[in-house]
Write a protein that binds this ligand. Sequence first.
Ligand code: ATP
Ligand code: MG
Length: 422
Amino acid sequence: MAKIKAIRGMNDILPDATPVWQYLENTVQQLLSGYGYSEVRMPIVEQTDLFKRSIGEVTDIVEKEMYTFEDRNGESLTLRPEGTASCVRAAEEHGLLFNQTQRFWYQGPMFRYEKPQKGRYRQFHQIGVETFGMASADVDAELILLSARLWQRLGIRDAVTLQLNSLGSNEARAEYRQALVDYLTLHKDQLDEDSLRRLDSNPLRILDSKDPQTQTVLESAPLLSDYLDQESAEHFAELRRILDDAGVKYELNPRLVRGLDYYCKTVFEWVTDKLGAQGTVCAGGRYDGLVKQLGGRPTPAVGFAMGVERLVLLLETLEAIPADLRQPFDIYLAAEHKGIQHRLMLLAEQLRDQLPGLRVRVHCAGLKNIASKARQTGAPLVLLMKTDEAGELVGTLWHNDQPQFDLGEAQLVSAIESVWTR
Ligand code: ATP
Ligand code: MG
């Protein structure tokens, strides 16, 4: 019978890789708590309408990337393609938004039916950060400073650049939209198929087209920055001022629009040239209209999401992974003969009692060539136990291939403690 395989674009993350994931997740978690953010955990499945109403009907995600299915009761459900909509839904549903400021983060799998390739999967993971109730540009700046600090901590600061734009108010965008449509209509015959379709439904998305001919047309297109309303322009100037003062470099990219409909004012992306086409590792922006759009009271909001797979790839590409990360235990314990295996198990428990934090792996089952097998595990410490003539347990402890022979039970803990590097 044919073996069952994983779904295309949905990956197992195996023991070789999980330490890097944990390292990344722990670093982010520590950093976010240092900025006073709280974690929220939302369900993976939501009503389909939540995403249609937030992300927008005429976006790639809603048009062709969602995993939508009918529940047994006929209700249309969708595996979340992103976290912002769920986060807003959860916060609103539990009364966390009215007259309050909030700083949240979440992490977990997202699902999009895309063409799988390096850095693009059908189940992928995001760490998202969302703030609510703050309209001023200082919090936009905080999010960018926070992400810049993360790259610093991860040792990838030099590999990413910040792209920044302002989309302005809804009114400003509507005015710009008309100017863009007028211009693109004149060059209709040079647009790719997707862009042509978007001309009526979602013309701003055309700015994001990867088609070379469309890109050439776009070079002379009107610029959103010329249509910014005064409030958005001031908001943007304040954000840039804080970034300038903090020494965070950015590139102004007037064509940065983002693939979701709910953004206004600030949008940004952190991009790398080290991962080929899938170069955006973190993206976000302001979405002051979304809470109201989903039925809540008007609430300013700004957030971003990082792509965990892409960050892991980047850490691996840059070899920015702490050296000892992949070794899952500090000491490997083995018995020379079967008759003392039960005593070895107890010894391992004693070590865990007395040296909390020491990661102990015990050799179970099979004793052939035990001494060399134990030393091949690559553990920094190896302990091989036997019994002496008096029937007492004695051990040989190897530390980086240097043996200490005939350690009695009473000396073991201190011998291990003195060479163990935590
Ligand atoms: P892209 O332009 O690469 O398709 P996007 O604009 O669709 O990205 P967002 O919805 O803003 O992406 O998601 C935020 C981040 O999540 C992206 O910057 C990226 O790092 C990551 N991401 C998005 N889609 C995928 C995917 N299919 N596989 C892996 N990571 C993804
Ligand atoms: Mg996408």
